[in-house]
Design a protein around this ligand. Structure first.
Ligand SMILES: [Cu+2]
Length: 385
């Protein structure tokens, strides 16, 4: 996308500097003119030239102030809504299609013939659904297609979007089921300006909350307009749970009720959660989102988390440093850490029921953080002599 906001902000900064010059110059002029009567003619000629220069400079400055004002009003206009009319400046819109649908997924509890599956409700057949990244101030357009057998809807957790985008039906309204609640096979366009920086997530509205706990959720990361500290790796971690049916019991599962709870990171359970590979000296940012109905105390061994945001960010807030952070239900916590301790480490829940699968460790919410330089290089085959 094209982005001229930083340039505009420079202009605004210049404008305030310019305004302070305006207030200083007129006061100092009379003192200059009344100074000395000696070589008056020559000095006056000199002063005339200087005044002429100043006048020209002020003309320049006035032009710059006008530019800055223009840029500012344009900026405000963009914040208010989309400018889509002909002749108006077109705004960049981030467009995402979400297909609500059923899927049979593998948590990774077992592999091969023994693999366990779970019946999930998803966006686009995956857990989590598509990751949406936007720049602060950017327009986001989400088109939801309901391919479920039941009605669904969309909620933008933590984002302050207008009622018509995300609110509940008004009490007593003749329109008790607004068009944004989708019947099977319907589609709806949700559109808003992502004005708040931070980590948010989308999931069905409270009325369709059971769908969220079956796997319908995805991240919305709004990156601040002003640049922050550079990071080398950025990763969203969704904490959730599923009820799997063991392959061997599938035929009888409904009769016997054989199923088990499995805790998941991004839809996989340990030890099948992909390792986070880092390089010594890298800086890593994690967006942790807890969609569970319970708190998760998450610990990273060998490193310290710098908590940069909780439920949205304020770049001016001081950072909190911890080795364990408790992520409450629906919390989004952004953390960063410096990868400066080569080794193989664990990023896992501290609770046995969350970091095991029916007594098997590691399981559930546990992943490896590994320094890539320690990964054995692929062995080259040598021809025997
Ligand atoms: Cu929510």
């Amino acid at each position: 996308m094209t982005f001229s906001i930083r340039e505009r902000q420079t202009k605004v900064g210049l404008a305030s500097l310019v305004l302070s010059i305006f207030t200083v110059i007129p006061l100092s002029l009379p003192a200059l003119a009344l100074d000395d009567i000696g070589d008056m003619a020559q000095e006056q000629a000199q002063e005339k030239l200087e005044l002429e220069d100043m006048r020209n400079e002020m003309k320049d400055i006035k032009g710059q102030v006008r530019d800055a004002m223009g840029a500012m009003s344009e900026l405000t206009k963009n914040q208010d809504g989309l400018s889509t009319g002909p002749g108006q400046q077109q705004m960049n819109v981030r467009e995402i299609h979400l297909f609500a649908r059923e899927a049979n997924l593998e948590a990774g509890t077992e592999t091969g013939a023994n693999k366990d599956t779970f019946k999930a409700l998803t966006y686009n057949g995956k857990i989590p659904g598509p990751e949406i990244h936007a720049r602060q101030g950017e327009a986001v357009r989400i088109i939801l297609h309901n391919n479920l057998k039941a009605p669904t809807s969309l909620h933008f957790h933590g984002l302050m979007v207008p009622h018509k985008v995300d609110g509940l039906p008004r009490a007593g309204s003749s329109n008790a089921a607004p068009e944004r609640f989708l019947k099977p096979e319907e589609s709806f366009v949700y559109q808003f300006i992502a004005n708040q920086p931070g980590t948010f997530f989308y999931h069905p509205q409270i009325i369709h909350q059971d769908q969220r706990f079956k796997g319908m959720f995805g991240a919305i990361v709004v990156h601040p307009r002003l640049p922050t500290k550079e990071v080398n790796k950025e990763l969203v971690l969704f904490l959730s749970r599923a009820e799997t049916i063991a392959n061997t019991d599938k035929a009888n599962a409904e009769k016997t009720g054989v199923s088990k709870h499995v805790y998941l990171i991004n839809g996989k359970t340990a030890p099948f959660v992909p390792a986070l590979e880092v390089l010594n000296g890298e800086r890593v940012r994690l967006h942790i989102i807890n969609t569970l109905d319970e708190a998760v105390p998450l610990h990273l061994s060998g490193h310290r988390f710098e908590v940069t945001a909780i439920n949205g960010s304020d770049p001016l807030e001081p950072r909190v440093v911890r080795d364990t952070i408790t992520v409450n239900p629906s919390d989004r916590i952004d953390v960063e850490f410096a990868a400066n301790n080569p080794g193989v480490w664990s990023l896992a829940s501290e609770l046995p029921k969350q970091n095991s699968n029916n007594g098997k460790f590691p399981g559930g919410i546990a992943m490896i953080v590994r320094y890539s330089e320690l990964t054995p290089a692929a062995t080259t085959t040598t021809t025997p002599q």
